[in-house]
Design a protein around this ligand. Structure first.
Ligand code: NAP
Length: 480
């Protein structure tokens, strides 16, 4: 069967770029999902011009029409969640149930922001001058560049695109080059939703080629980026020089604290989920398991037993717990950190090796390292794979200090039956999201998502808090 070609969506038209790149299934390197075009700077410029031309009418247009279009997009994603979740599993390597879960989340996000189109409010306040009133309103920002990573190929494009459109902005979406399939499917759905040409544009291609032209283009008013800290910091600098609004969601080195009084079975289950589900390729993955000494030996034994039952394999096969790593480069990085950890003195007590399955793919058994200390690279740097390390601490105070001992601050979890410790941890954790007796992932789509310190920069994403980034405030004074 001929491999299907997929083009960019610019001004409502499907437009081929100069060349195509294959999208390859990490569970089976012989499986090519499709060929996806690669834009250049000239094509990107065309997309920005189309978005600028569409902005005046879209930003002042009828909000019921906007809500209806977003609702239609959400409905189609939900109706096709199984198919889209399968595509996601095939291109990114999450298991099929995880892929369907992510597609469902994307659909729900569009439904949520369909409602938000009608809920934007302002304020009328009295003036300090007689006969004058003051109105505070929110208006769209303009044309927004959305740059997304490979690990959530439909949810992150959705959680940036839906609020951008809901609040009246036009969009240029640049998805990760590794996984353009879900973003293309989303663009296809948006193109049939009734949203006018030019309001939403998809421009695929490598960040190294079209990243700079997108971020520095004078026709782009703001950039919402999710990805690595190194790329994010560079984008923030470029936006500062060009005085653009910017929002960055970046990496994590998330802690999961296990206290002596934790329910052992629950602590093990949530640690395995936090560290290894989605192949550990989540910004919210817990990679530092901080365990107090009373439960330490029992916790390690129970973790080893639970990890032995994890099935690694083809993301589309039934009964698989852990799909492949997303790429050769990521696999090499994961395996190298297992070696780095051991060279630093850590003990590998489970997994950590490549594994072969019936198809050729990037398979790795989740790794658990013990006897690690806070200063080791394995506890400072984001691995972004199924690799977790255990840090042994005396008690709660040390556990809290250790959990905050990181340049990152995205998510943090605690497993405990003590209300006192749970409450104290909630207040004193330096993370943007705190989980008590739950895995570290930020699951709910209607509440803010984001971190502190080196994990995030700018205002929060998702839920009503998305207004902060995707609108700008105007103060109007009205005299008599
Ligand atoms: P990445 O390498 O930083 O890439 C992210 C996006 O930026 C991709 O679309 C990439 O394009 C693009 N890009 C690369 N260079 C660029 C440049 N010079 N200018 C503009 N754009 C450029 O990150 P990744 O490997 O895809 O994703 C993994 C990272 O994302 C991890 O650090 C993870 O923690 C983080 N993440 C954070 C969150 C959160 O909400 N905090 C959520 C998910 C993931 P190419 O694909 O062509 O390189």
């Amino acid at each position: 069967m001929a491999i299907q070609k997929h083009d960019n969506l610019i001004n409502g038209q499907w437009v081929a770029g100069a060349k195509y790149a294959p999208n390859i299934n990490p569970s089976n390197l012989a499986d090519v999902i499709g060929d996806y075009t690669q834009a250049d700077a000239a094509q990107l410029d065309g997309a920005v011009k189309a978005a600028r031309a569409a902005f005046p009418a879209w930003s002042t247009g009828n909000i019921q029409a906007r809500a209806d279009a977003l609702d239609k997009i959400g409905s189609e994603i939900l109706a096709r969640r199984e198919e889209l979740g399968t595509l996601l599993a095939r291109e990114e390597g999450k298991t099929k149930p995880e892929g369907i879960g992510e597609a469902t989340r994307a659909g729900n996000i569009f439904k949520f922001f369909a409602g938000e189109c009608l809920r934007l409010t302002g304020e009328v306040v009295p003036s300090v001058r007689s006969g004058v009133s003051v109105e505070i309103t929110r208006e769209p920002v303009g044309v927004i560049g959305l740059i997304t990573p490979w690990n959530f190929p439909i949810a992150i494009p959705a959680w940036k695109t839906a609020p951008a459109l809901a609040y009246g902005n036009c969009v240029i979406l640049k998805p990760a080059d590794l996984v353009p399939g879900c973003a293309w499917a989303l663009a296809d759905i948006i193109s049939r939703s009734g949203i006018p040409a030019g309001v939403f544009n998809l421009v695929m291609g490598r960040g190294s080629v079209i990243g700079d032209p997108l971020v520095t283009h004078p026709g782009i008013d703001a950039i919402s980026f999710t990805g690595s800290q190194s790329v994010g910091a560079r984008i923030a600098q470029q936006c500062a020089v060009n005085l653009k609004k910017v929002q960055l969601e970046m990496g994590g080195k998330n802690p999961q604290v296990i206290l002596d009084d934790a329910d052992l079975a629950q602590a093990v289950e949530l640690s395995v989920q936090s560290a290894f589900f989605s192949t550990g390729q989540r910004c919210t993955a817990a990679s530092r398991l901080i365990v107090t000494e009373g439960i330490y030996p029992r916790f390690i034994e129970a973790m080893k037993q639970r990890m032995a039952s994890l099935k690694v394999g083809d993301a589309l096969a039934a009964g698989i717990d852990i799909g492949p790593v997303s790429s050769q480069a990521q696999l090499e990085q994961d395996l190298s950190y297992v070696e780095i950890g051991q060279a630093e003195g850590a003990v590998l007590v489970a997994g950590g090796q490549r594994v072969t399955c019936s198809t050729e793919g990037f398979y790795m058994v989740p790794a658990l390292l013990t006897d690690t200390t806070a200063g080791m690279r394995i506890n400072r740097e984001e691995v972004f794979g199924p690799v977790a390390s255990i840090i042994r601490v005396k008690g709660y105070e040390e556990a809290l200090a250790e959990s905050n001992n990181t340049p990152y601050g995205l998510s943090a979890g605690i497993a405990t039956t003590s209300l006192k410790h749970a409450s104290h941890f909630k207040r004193h954790s330096q993370a943007g999201m705190v989980m008590v007796n739950l895995p570290t992932a930020g699951v709910d789509y209607h509440v803010p998502f984001g971190g502190r310190k080196g994990s995030s920069y700018g205002s929060r994403e998702q839920g009503r808090y998305a207004q902060e980034f995707f609108t700008t405030v105007k103060t109007s004074y009205i005299g008599s």
